[in-house]
Design a protein around this ligand. Structure first.
Ligand code: SF4
Ligand code: SF4
Length: 408
């Protein structure tokens, strides 16, 4: 699901809270570390990152995107996954295939988007298998089936329901093209919280968003009592039924600046690293690191990331790492990536940057993203320097004047 695909949940290395500008800056920062994503998860992910660094591993996965099916019970306008034939939509990754992917990749976190994962009959078993391996798993769902299926799951610090909400009632129902979905999702959030599950909200932003409306929604989500919100601009899937719903370029950065400006007087918990948020606000220039979020779906290991279909698949995680022409992807390298700011590509970059520049990350976490002044200049796409393909305009054509008076 676009929203699921576009809302990979990352650890809160730092959790952005917008009251950082008061006199208790550092205390607030420490408080952030205690709240939201449990300290245990942060330590697991932190120690994993340090191990990769000590071993000198250049390309390591942070979150495995496990897509065991594409079938969904909704048909959203911005969805990049459900436009397949019934034959493909009926395919499933089995429990064994899912466990093999988790073991092969060995990322500390697993995100299960879809389609709608709760449709998969083996999902409770898959979740139990991941939890038994002590991986942090985010089950991304539109929540329509959660009330019915919640009894099949057991609360655990390793399991989080990541529930899809793209805004308040009118906005969300329009986004998923069905009335009443917002109400059912909110009901499911309350039920899951009541039963002691970890719950987050994943939100994708589309055309027509206003900072004030997004702020109102974030206030609402916090009041529901969820652990945090993952928020990102929708990726313009080529397969999406509607192409005019995506926000692009500077509009994304201006929107996020507007949201973060309002956020300075709020206490939102956004499940992102501080530098990724700063990137969204136009203050960092990053190139993507798609291997940080490898995707295993019914076709195999998808190259290069879960957003781009049709670029081929590998039969193992190692083959994915070894055979993907990574240098061909990213906003400056490939027109298909031109408007991408998705966290599946850039959170891992932001985390790398944080490891290299911890002081910058700490200061950004304390101050929040910059919302005024110049944005960093955008990197010039390399592909526009490529030698253009020959066109007819380059071929000399002999032009002869026709003498209308000449006899035939
Ligand atoms: S149709 Fe389903 S999979 Fe696609 S975006 Fe909507 S809820 Fe997600
Ligand atoms: S920039 Fe391209 S390769 Fe990188 S995450 Fe986005 S779509 Fe994938």
């Amino acid at each position: 699901m676009l929203f699921y695909y576009d809302t990979v949940v990352y650890p809160q290395i730092y959790q952005f809270q917008s009251d950082h500008i008061d006199g208790l800056l550092f205390l607030n920062f420490l408080e952030d570390l205690r709240m939201g994503v449990p300290l245990r998860q942060q330590l697991t992910v932190g120690s994993y990152l340090i191990r990769q660094k000590l071993r000198g591993v250049k390309k390591y996965p942070l979150v495995l995107m496990l897509e065991p099916l594409f079938r969904c019970n909704l048909a959203c306008a911005g969805c990049g996954k459900i436009d397949y034939s019934d034959e493909i939509l009926d395919k499933r990754l089995s429990f064994e295939e899912c466990m093999q992917a988790v073991d092969e990749c060995n990322a500390p976190m697993v995100s299960i988007p879809g389609g709608e994962p709760l449709i998969h009959k083996e999902m409770p078993q898959i979740i139990a298998g991941i939890v038994a391996r002590r991986k942090y798993v985010y089950l991304c769902t539109n929540a329509l089936l959660l009330k019915k299926r919640i009894k099949d799951y057991t609360p655990s610090p390793y399991l989080t329901f990541s529930i899809h909400l793209d805004g308040m009632q009118e906005k969300h129902d329009a986004s998923v093209c069905q009335e009443g979905v917002f109400e059912r999702a909110v009901e499911a959030i309350k039920l899951a919280l009541e039963k002691g599950f970890r719950v987050t909200v994943n939100c994708t932003l589309f055309q027509g968003e206003k900072p004030r409306e997004v702020a109102e929604f974030l206030d609402y989500a916090m009041a529901l009592g969820v652990e945090g919100v993952t928020i990102a601009p929708g990726f313009s899937y080529e397969r999406a039924p509607q192409q005019d719903v995506f926000i692009k370029g500077k509009d994304v950065k201006n929107l996020f600046r507007g949201i973060f400006k309002i956020g300075k007087s709020r206490k939102w918990k956004l499940n992102h690293s501080s530098l990724y948020l700063d990137f969204l606000a136009g203050n960092q220039n990053y190139e993507c690191t798609p291997w940080g979020n490898p995707t295993r779906n019914i076709f195999g290991w998808q190259k290069p990331c879960y957003l781009l279909a049709d670029e081929g698949n590998a039969s193992s995680f190692q083959e994915l790492l070894d055979t993907t022409p990574w240098e061909k992807y990213g906003t400056v390298n490939n027109p298909k990536c031109a408007s991408c700011m998705a966290h599946c590509g850039y959170e891992a970059t932001a985390v790398e940057d944080m490891l290299k520049h911890p002081l910058k990350a700490l200061l950004t976490s304390i101050r929040g993203p910059k919302t005024e002044g110049e944005m960093v200049p955008e990197l010039k796409p390399r592909y526009i320097n490529e030698k253009p393909l020959p066109t007819f305009s380059g071929i000399p054509i002999r032009v002869e004047m026709i003498d209308k008076n000449a006899s035939a």
